[in-house]
Design a binder for this molecule. Structure first.
Ligand SMILES: [Zn+2]
Ligand SMILES: [Zn+2]
Length: 372
């Protein structure tokens, strides 16, 4: 069938709104009518050539929620009409990581920037017959998508789909980093560097864990105000050494128990590392452009201070575990979702959405493809 999609064709150019041809689902696949899709910085890194993908054209977009329209004949546990959230790392179910429940580490994960479906073939073509890839095996910037069942999580129908799209990426990435990677405990102190989509959810996650001091750091003053609304106890508008100094002043010269690097690790990792207490944790949740080869940390300082530097993708827990859990926390009023959405856009306004992200105007922009 024909559907509209925002197609990535050239680095540095706006996404192209095109009619593409979408094939029906294969035996283990489902067709999903996209209701809403979040505008995450990761897709923007691809558009700017900072995160390389293996092919163009490609439909980007990985923070999607929608309604199942049809299912292949080998699909289990997913039916037409189900409301679903798509996960940007598929759960193959058979690799050593999936067998341990560590779906965020699935062996198929490294293939999500290549373009084809999980089975290696293509479901999308342009009007000239050329194959179109799907970023994260999702390709969500479109009216419809076809994905393997490994990328699908069925959710209850009471959660609005525009809010459900948020728990596809930014919310589990941030909340999970605090809960499952750093394992923040009641009374701990936390620093969050960069209060965008991920960072604001680290603030929420730290609050859920009972942290007593949550220091938000950003150079956009409005984001510090937002962070306070999400549970931050202090705000610091500084970068580099000034950031480290400010955090030490707020922690009696000790530093924080946990620092989260949620933006631009090449610039922020060392100041965050130095703002962390001895034996503390430094968690990197942000993507570094693959044009950057290394980040320098003084090794003697690492050794004597006995800090841990760790990465966290998808909040370091299976999205199959986290997504239903997060929706429960939303229902009980413990997790803010509506407040994360700064503005909604139509699919043909998607480039404006990314311009607003670049300008620091949005905590999260969401493209609403159809009103659910
Ligand atoms: Zn994302
Ligand atoms: Zn796997």
């Amino acid at each position: 069938m024909d559907c509209r999609a925002a197609v990535f064709r050239d680095i540095g150019k706006p996404l192209a709104l095109e009619r593409i041809v979408l094939d029906p689902p294969g035996p283990t696949e489902v067709m999903v009518r996209i209701a809403a899709i979040g505008l995450c910085r990761t897709d923007y890194h691809v558009m700017r050539g900072e995160r390389r993908v293996a092919m163009t054209p490609m439909v980007l977009g990985h923070e999607a929620a929608g309604v199942v329209e049809s299912v292949g004949n080998e699909v289990k546990g997913i039916a037409t009409g189900d409301h679903v959230v798509l996960t940007f790392i598929p759960a193959c179910g058979t690799c050593r990581w999936c067998r341990q429940g560590l779906h965020h580490l699935c062996a198929a994960g490294p293939r999500i920037t290549r373009g084809p479906q999980l089975d290696g073939s293509y479901r999308r073509r342009d009007q000239h017959g050329a194959d179109i890839g799907a970023f994260c095996m999702i390709g969500g910037f479109a009216e419809r998508t076809v994905v393997d069942q490994a990328s699908v999580i069925v959710i209850d129908k009471d959660v609005p789909l525009d809010l459900a799209s948020l728990v596809a990426c930014g919310v589990p990435a941030g909340v999970g980093a605090a809960r499952y990677r750093a394992r923040v405990k009641p009374g701990d102190s936390v620093l969050v560097v960069g209060c965008g989509g991920d960072g604001m959810n680290v603030v929420q996650g730290a609050r859920l864990c009972g942290a007593s001091k949550i220091i938000a750091a950003d150079i956009v003053p409005a984001k510090l105000d937002w962070a306070r609304a999400f549970g931050a106890t202090d705000g610091v508008n500084a970068r580099g050494e000034a950031l480290t100094r400010a955090v030490h002043e707020l922690t009696e010269g000790v530093g924080v128990d946990h620092a989260f690097v949620c933006i631009d690790p090449p610039e922020t990792l060392l100041p965050a590392f130095r703002a962390t207490a001895k034996a503390g944790n430094v968690v990197v949740t942000a993507l570094t452009p693959d044009t950057v080869g290394e980040i320098k940390i003084p090794p003697l300082e690492l050794f004597v201070t006995q800090k841990a530097i760790m990465g966290a993708v998808y909040g370091f827990a299976s999205p199959r575990l986290q997504i239903p859990e997060l929706l429960k926390l939303y229902r009980s009023g413990d997790l803010k979702l509506r407040e994360l959405v700064t503005r909604t856009y139509r699919l043909d306004e998607i480039n404006q959405g990314y311009a607003d992200l670049e300008a620091g105007k949005n905590l999260r922009g969401v493209v609403v493809v159809f009103d659910s």
